[in-house]
Design a protein around this ligand. Structure first.
Ligand SMILES: Nc1ncnc2c1ncn2[C@@H]1O[C@H](COP(=O)(O)OP(=O)(O)OP(=O)(O)O)[C@@H](O)[C@H]1O
Length: 259
């Protein structure tokens, strides 16, 4: 197995006017190629901060981290990852195709290569035929899929996703979870995914990282033994429920620490 992300003894403290905020404390984590890793934990436990450190959007106070065998800064410069935010963040005055094209224009790719990537990635997220629509003509779930296509168009091996489906209703979320697993199987990417939802984390992940707040620590790392092919009704199996139970226990343990 090759390590795509390797984190050891990493801490991050924000200095604020109200004093230091210990957002991450002594984090150790390995993400292997092809893994689907979820960070789950209550609000404020440092999930987004950890994802942002991986993406070189935040600097750790101490400890070590490598992404694709190099520093997060080099990985960012090599465009080694695609980042999907909580909100789709599409430009309303650009069509869907033009939104996906934006980072490709910035990269200076040829018109032909841009078109190839737009077509391929809109197809992957099941949005073929919507190229000429504007974001406001699409549902929330479709907008999120377009933002995933935009991240995929960079053709990264690593996809970093920060609660991409958090704002969507449960039925749409279920559907997108299914599609995301399908896309992951097709593209063999490594995914790091932030969520608040226990069923979402268990359904999607090969590895579940349970975090607890103040300071943000890893409470448990659960390696899932569910098969990679997962129909939605796998969520009713004893294996699934036992994983969900373990996540819940981890979350509870984190809370008692806080009291
Ligand atoms: N730039 C910053 N300056 C100061 N404190 C910050 C900054 N960014 C985050 N924090 C604090 O660090 C802690 C961790 O925040 P983070 O956003 O990583 O949590 P989270 O687990 O992703 O929460 P949520 O699920 O609500 O998004 C919080 O206490 C937050 O207030």
């Amino acid at each position: 197995m090759t390590s795509v992300i390797s984190v050891s003894d990493l801490s991050l403290t924000f200095e604020t006017n109200d004093g230091p905020v210990h957002a991450l404390s002594k984090i150790d984590l390995e993400v292997e190629k092809g893994d689907f890793v979820s960070f789950i934990g209550p609000s404020g436990c440092g999930k987004t901060t950890l994802l942002r450190v991986i993406a070189d959007l935040e600097q750790p106070t101490s400890g070590n981290i490598s992404v694709n065998g190099t520093s997060p800064e080099n990985a960012r410069k090599d465009r080694a990852y695609g980042y999907v935010f909580q909100a789709a963040g599409l430009y309303p005055w650009r069509t869907i195709a033009k939104n996906v094209a934006l980072p490709l224009e910035i990269m200076g790719l040829s018109r032909q290569e841009q078109e190839r990537r737009i077509r391929k990635n809109l197809e992957l997220v099941n949005l073929a035929g919507f190229e000429k629509k504007y974001p406001w003509q699409l549902s929330g779930g479709m907008q999120q899929r377009a933002s995933i296509a935009r991240a995929l168009a960079l053709e990264p091996d690593l996809l970093l996703m920060d609660e991409p489906f958090g704002a969507l209703d449960e039925i749409v979320r279920d559907h997108l979870n299914e599609q995301l697993l399908d896309l992951w199987a097709k593209t063999e990417k490594t995914v790091v995914f932030v969520t608040h939802s226990i069923p979402e984390a268990v359904y999607l992940s090969t590895k579940i990282v349970v975090m607890s707040p103040r300071p943000g620590r890893i409470e448990d790392v659960i390696v899932s033994d569910l098969p990679r092919e997962r129909p939605l009704d796998i969520r009713e199996t004893p294996e699934f429920l036992s994983l969900a139970h373990r996540v819940r226990e981890g979350l509870r343990a984190g809370h008692s620490y806080e009291d």
